[in-house]
Design a binder for this molecule. Sequence first.
Ligand code: NAD
Length: 384
Amino acid sequence: MKPSKKEKIMKSRRSFLLKTGLSALAIAVPKIESFSGGSPKKFAAIRPVQDGPVLKVALMGLGSYAARVADAMQSWKRAKITGLISGTPSKLESWSKKYAVPAANCYNYDTYHQIKDNPDIDAVYVITPNALHKPHALGVAAAGKHVICEKPMSVNASDAKEMVEFCEKAGVHLLIGYRMHFEANTLKVVNMRRDGAFGEIKFFQGLSGFRIGDPNQWRLNAELAGGGAMMDIGIYSINGARYMVGEEPIWVTAQEVKTDPVKFKEGVDETITFQMGFPSGVVASCLSTYSMNNLDKFFLNGTNGYAEMQPSTGYGPIKGRTHQGPLDEPHVTHQTTQMDEMAAIILNGKKASIPVDGEEGLKDMVIIDAIYKAVKTGGKVDLV
Ligand code: NAD
């Protein structure tokens, strides 16, 4: 006999409680209708479907950046949110409703390994605090699902290497959330450089920072953040230097300034200036800080021209100019383009113009390790 609508709902509710480990909280949760995310019709209607496969993505860590990604989801063509992973039952409840994710696809951190048996999930986007990226990425890969992991991919190079190797062995993709690698004005500058429009590249400047607020947030907790501004925002200047210059640095030097040791405790960097040298002789001069606002600027100089971008890595629109004129490619929500392109990488084997794989993330982590070492030793740290 076919189950009635009520029976189906009850089954779905039981499955939700089982997966999210919420049975003890069952009394506190509202009726299942609010978890189920509405009818299948609504589920399909809010997602622009295209011909061909669509990447089915679960979001892990339902914080502020995940909310931005989820909003960008409304315009995804090749990817859709089909699952949610959170330790907070109320978030699972409200997000599953808002984004029409079925209760059966909601998990917590104790149960998410069960995604291995869920054909509705192809990949998990890990958007948790930095130090949790490694365990979470390994957990997802062990369940046989592709990993999309936020930057910084880990808190040091050795963890990053382990993640790359683990995902390779598990036969899953590991992609890092480098949204700028798909941004149109960034790609325009990188393509101009590849075409020789700037002549011989000589110099890069990267300024990345913002004034951080709440002293109690995880970003200021060395254990969860793995560092300070460098891990969070300075990484944009490191990564940007590499794609703007088009070479890998061979040495770094770095200097730290700490004006507030109470807020920025041991292991949490407030401001670091750093320099990188590249094989061709290009020099990069960069600043990473949690103490200055409106610091989001790239400058690239070559023998035949220049590019300047400000903002250069914010959520956009990215603005700037080159010696040939303004950078005025149309703005598209970064996370929308990123996820569509990542779906094409995972599903169709597309190659990103600027790579976003684990190896790419590892290169940034090696440089971050070297910068911290240079701060400690006061000397030049060779990268080769
Ligand atoms: P957030 O604090 O807003 O969200 C973090 C989420 O992780 C929260 O939902 C929190 O509940 C969850 N979490 C799970 N376990 C936790 C634990 N043990 N301690 C604390 N929180 C825990 O942070 P966010 O701004 O969303 O940042 C998350 C990640 O995304 C970071 O790695 C950050 O670098 C990255 N990020 C990337 C961009 C980008 O533009 N690519 C922008 C912002 C943040």
